[in-house]
Each structure stands twice: as C-alpha cells, then as structure tokens.
Design a protein around this ligand. Structure first.
Ligand SMILES: Nc1ncnc2c1ncn2[C@@H]1O[C@H](COP(=O)(O)OP(=O)(O)OP(=O)(O)O)[C@@H](O)[C@H]1O
Ligand SMILES: [Mg+2]
Length: 250
C-alpha cells in the first residue's frame, strides 16, 4: 500500500536576477515523514521552504499539498497556507503580544474561532510545548528557546498538515537548543509530517526518516540517515558532513 503524499515538489526553479538559486528541485514527503534538509549556506534551503508556501513565488515548477496544487492557486493560497506551519530561525513573534496572545491571534483573526475557543486551543498548544506557566509573558521576557517554542505552538495551533522548520535552533545557545529539539521530537512521535532545515545531525539521525543534501540549488543526494551519514554515495556529501562535524562537533 503506497502511503499518502502530503507534499509534492516537482521541478521547482527560482532565480533572483541572474542568480539561479533553485535549479529543478523535486521530491515528495509522505504523511508522518520527517525530512531533514542540509547543505551549505546560500544553497537555496530557505528559498525552497519559502517557495513551498509561496512566500517566494517560484519561476517554474509545481507544488501540491496533498491533492491540492499550491502553485497557481491564486485566491486559494491563503486557505492553503493555513495548512502549512512555518517556524523561522528568528522566531518572528509579535513583540507586543504575550505568549498566549501570539498563539491565539491567528485562531480568531484567520481561523475565525470565537475568543473563548481560540484561548482554549492556544492554552492547549502552549501546554504541549511546556509553556503554559509562561503564557502571560511577552517575548522579551522569554528565553530564545522559550520564544521558539511559542513559535512552534503558534504554528501548531492552526492544525497544519505539515510543518516546515527553517534552522529553528541556529539562533539559540547550545543549552537552549535541546529543549526546542525535544519539542520537535515529540511532534514527530505524534505523527506530524515535517520538513526541517537543520544541521543538528543528532536530531537528523534519531528523528529524521530521510536526509536531503542540497548544494547550488540541486539535490546532490538523499537517503535514510544511516545511509546518507555513514555511507554517502557522493564525495561532496562526505566533504560537507566532515565540515559540519567540525563546526558542530557532531
Ligand atoms: N529576496 C532575495 N533577493 C535576492 N536574492 C536572494 C533573496 N533571497 C535569497 N537570495 C539569494 O538566494 C541564494 C540562496 O539563499 P537562501 O537563503 O535560500 O540559502 P540558504 O541555503 O537558506 O542559506 P543559509 O544556510 O545561509 O540560510 C543566496 O545567494 C541569497 O543571496
Ligand atoms: Mg537559510
């Protein structure tokens, strides 16, 4: 029995001026799969995630969420975006809203829930990331790890079909990275479909189902964590892994 495809990316290209950043990217993500994307800086990883939900419109290629095409969906794009949770490197919280406010605002403004329903749901999501006791604090009163967990709770509250993470821990001190990765690991265990750009190789190995190595807008190689990390087929993959091993001590 073939598994349900949640995300399908077909021959995606994107250039900024004459800088070709995505040069024909294709892959699919099945329900419940955790796909980790690694690759050198400037290789197009963030652009790829942004093209998925059309924050950046691609030049060509197609993207589907389940059976629904996202590319060229015009009026429908705001509806489809609600199904795609996005977690950013720099949290992107509203600084004038409390943790609870950040999580509930999309629920009553975008999802049109009642205030009561939105609050109930937001509290549930804050509990899930271990921050119920911090619900009334503002972003400036929270650690980076806590802010990122609010960012995750905010994305989860929309009940997305897939979660995209763009280097969710790279702005964090090492001791705060673990608490965010633990939340992501719980999410994966709960069956969430996830695409994670991250060089946290320990996480990729234990939580990831597949690792994609990207360079210069191409997928160089992809495979199970064990294969890609320990039996890379391409020299470039091995060289890159050696480099991040030195940088991250992994
Ligand atoms: N809005 C933009 N306008 C012009 N060029 C852009 C824009 N966004 C990205 N680029 C360029 O596209 C290329 C890929 O950038 P991108 O941020 O996707 O790389 P990345 O793999 O995420 O890198 P990093 O690991 O540093 O986050 C870079 O050369 C970058 O300068
Ligand atoms: Mg990036």
């Amino acid at each position: 029995m073939s598994k349900e495809k949640i995300l399908t990316i077909q021959d995606l290209t994107k250039s900024f001026g004459d800088n070709l950043v995505l040069d024909g990217i294709s892959f699919t993500v099945e329900k419940g799969e955790v796909v980790v994307i690694i690759g050198p800086s400037g290789t197009g990883k963030s652009t790829l995630l942004r093209c998925v939900n059309q924050l950046t419109p691609p030049n060509s290629g197609r993207v589907w969420l389940g059976e629904q095409e996202i590319t060229g969906s015009h009026g429908n794009i705001n509806r489809l975006r609600q199904d795609i949770g996005f977690v950013f490197q720099h949290f992107a919280l509203f600084n004038h809203l409390s943790a609870l406010g950040n999580v509930e605002v999309g629920l009553y403004k975008v999802k049109k829930m009642s205030r009561e329903e939105a609050r109930r749901k937001a509290l549930e999501e804050l509990r899930r990331v271990g921050l119920e006791d911090h619900k009334d604090k503002f972003p400036a009163e929270l650690s980076g790890g806590q802010q990122q967990r609010v960012g995750i709770a905010r994305a989860l509250a929309m009940d997305p079909k897939i979660m995209l993470f763009d280097e969710p821990t790279s702005a964090l001190d090492p001791e705060l990275t673990g608490e965010v990765l633990a939340v992501m690991q719980d999410l994966a265990k709960a069956g969430m479909t996830m695409v994670v750009v991250s060089h946290e190789i320990g996480f990729a190995r234990t939580v990831g189902n597949r690792i994609i190595f990207m360079e210069h807008g191409h997928i160089v190689e992809q495979g199970s964590p064990e294969d890609l990390l320990f039996r890379p087929q391409k020299d470039r993959t091995g060289e890159f892994l050696k480099k991040i091993g030195e940088l991250y001590g992994g």
